[in-house]
Ligand binder design. Structure first.
Ligand code: GCO
Ligand code: MN
Ligand code: MN
Length: 388
């Protein structure tokens, strides 16, 4: 296997401006790295074979800036994209940093804050459309509570749905080719965040009037924080046609949101994740939402970015190797992997029900079957370790 993993724009890798732009601030300490200018970021990313960038309005444009300044700033970003050939693969709104959002944005108890938040999103949706972003993400970091006494969650979810439907109406009415992707997270910065997991978000989407244009942007770290399997969440989102975007990073279970370099921690989980994305035909952005360790200087930031890409490409190579190993095919056949794709009873008919009722099963012999999953999984581990 080649040890040179070179990305090309066809791989659809993307980075948020805030990821490589992260200066290492945390709740206990201030910035440890200088600011990198957006132009510089775009050039460095393009050199790494990256396809796209994503941004929050406030990453690139002055918060609540005058129209003329806003125009200049949008033009500067546009020029940077044109110069480097990068696309804008996703846009989003910062609805969490300014103190006005301390009680939430789309779900603040203050209706004036809710209206301001929706206006802020509309303003940036116009920019996103101009930049050609196909996906608009909603991460509700402040949409939540510390004390359940402060909000009726049913009202909060109604206001959340109202806002998403209103904004979806705005996109459709404006003729923009854009879909929304909700990003679940269980907590941090709020004590509890609404739509805490992939499952909650999928159920919420099904209540929307504009469910057709709303899907998910799941993040490795967010499901893993809760101890859930990211792989299973993503697989279900794909099954429901709702994987619109994905935030790739890494995380240890039960910790705060660590945003580690992709593939640096849960190597086996990531092997299966990459294999799933590749084999499912997912064609969207492979978006790294992570940042360099706080120990790093600017060189470390680019080591981090290269590492995310390298780990994805290496795991993709491993997954291909695994899927073309005849011993794997044999072990999978023994385990019955393909048999699960066979319908069990088909659609209900009285005849099918009667036939099933009349069927006899040799329960004892069925119970004796082994599925060979130890041998199958050892092949997984052997491939990952390079000893297959
Ligand atoms: C986090 C989130 C954010 C969002 C970003 C784009 O935990 O901080 O992952 O990084 O992804 O705001 O919506
Ligand atoms: Mn994210
Ligand atoms: Mn996150």
């Amino acid at each position: 296997m080649s040890t040179e993993f070179v990305a090309s724009p066809e791989d659809h890798f993307s980075f948020g401006l805030w990821t490589v732009g992260n200066r290492g601030r945390d709740p206990f300490g201030e910035a440890v790295r200088p600011k990198i200018e957006i132009k510089e970021m775009l050039h460095r990313l393009a050199e790494l074979g990256v396809w796209g960038i994503s941004y929050h309005d406030d990453d690139a444009f002055t918060f609540n800036g005058e129209d003329s300044l806003h125009r200049q700033e949008v033009d500067a970003l546009k020029a940077g994209l044109e110069e480097t050939g990068l696309v804008c693969s996703m846009a989003t709104t910062n609805l969490f940093f300014h103190p006005i959002f301390k009680d939430g944005a789309l779900t603040s108890n203050d209706p004036r804050v809710r209206r301001f938040a929706i206006q802020k999103v509309m303003r940036n949706i116009d920019v996103a459309a101009e930049l050609g972003a196909p996906t608009y993400v909603f991460w509700g970091g402040r949409e939540g509570v510390e004390t359940a006494a402060s909000k009726d969650t049913r009202d909060a979810l109604s206001r959340y749905a109202e806002a998403i439907d209103f904004l979806a109406g705005y996109v459709k009415d404006s003729g923009y080719q854009m879909r929304f992707a909700l990003e679940p997270k269980p907590n941090e910065p709020r004590g509890d965040i609404f739509l805490p997991t992939v499952g909650h978000a999928l159920a919420f989407i099904s209540t929307l009037d504009n469910a057709d244009m709303v899907g998910l942007n799941p993040e490795v770290a967010h499901e893993t924080m809760s101890g859930l399997s990211f792989y299973q969440g993503v697989a279900q989102a794909i099954w429901q046609g709702k994987l619109f975007h994905i935030d790739l990073n890494d995380q240890r279970i039960g910790r705060f949101d660590q945003d580690f370099r992709f593939g640096s921690e849960g190597i086996k989980d990531h092997f299966f994740l990459v294999r799933l994305l590749e084999n499912s035909g997912y064609a969207g952005a492979k978006h790294f939402d992570a940042h360099a360790y706080r120990t790093e200087d600017v060189d470390g930031v680019w080591d981090f970015a290269r590492g995310c890409i390298r780990n994805y490409l290496a795991l993709r190579a491993k997954a291909r190797e695994f899927d073309s190993d005849p011993r794997v095919a044999q072990a999978m056949a023994y385990s019955g992997v393909a048999d699960l794709a066979e319908p069990t009873v088909g659609p209900y008919t009285p005849q099918a029900a009667a036939a099933l009722k009349a069927e006899t099963f040799d329960v004892e012999s069925l119970a004796q079957r082994g599925f060979g999953n130890e041998a199958l999984d050892q092949l997984v581990v052997d491939h990952i370790l390079g000893i297959a």
